[in-house]
Write a protein that binds this ligand. Structure first.
Ligand code: SF4
Length: 115
């Protein structure tokens, strides 16, 4: 028996899948679809932050442009943890990109002003 927590809505149903593939505990069909997707290939939108040089704040939040296979999340987070980008940054700028995914800035960061 496998148990997954549905993340489609805030209810968070605990959905059980038995050895024969029968699905129990989902309150709606979206949960059943979620479980089927998770069993085939598990993907997540990645949200993290990237260091900013010369900005009014030290980091900029970024989000992947599409869901990423869970196996790649750790690798990408490790790569961007060593990145830093120079302010100014505009919301929607591509902060990181590889052959499969791009990370997009979700807010703007202005340049720090010397006073
Ligand atoms: S199964 Fe339906 S009600 Fe339950 S958490 Fe998933 S989407 Fe929400």
């Amino acid at each position: 028996m496998k148990i997954l927590t549905c993340i489609v809505c805030p209810v968070g149903c605990k959905i059980k899948i038995d050895e024969d593939g029968n699905i129990y505990g989902a309150r709606c069909d979206r949960g059943v679809s979620f479980v089927k997707r998770e069993l085939l290939s598990s993907e997540r939108i990645l949200t993290t932050t990237v260091k900013v040089d010369g900005g009014i704040v030290k980091v900029v939040p970024v989000k992947s442009n599409k869901p990423i296979p869970k196996e790649r999340l750790r690798e990408i987070v490790k790569k961007v943890s060593s990145l830093s980008v120079r302010a100014p940054i505009h919301r929607g700028d591509v902060i990181y990109s590889d052959e499969e995914v791009s990370l997009i800035a979700t807010r703007s960061v202005g340049e720090a002003q010397d006073v």
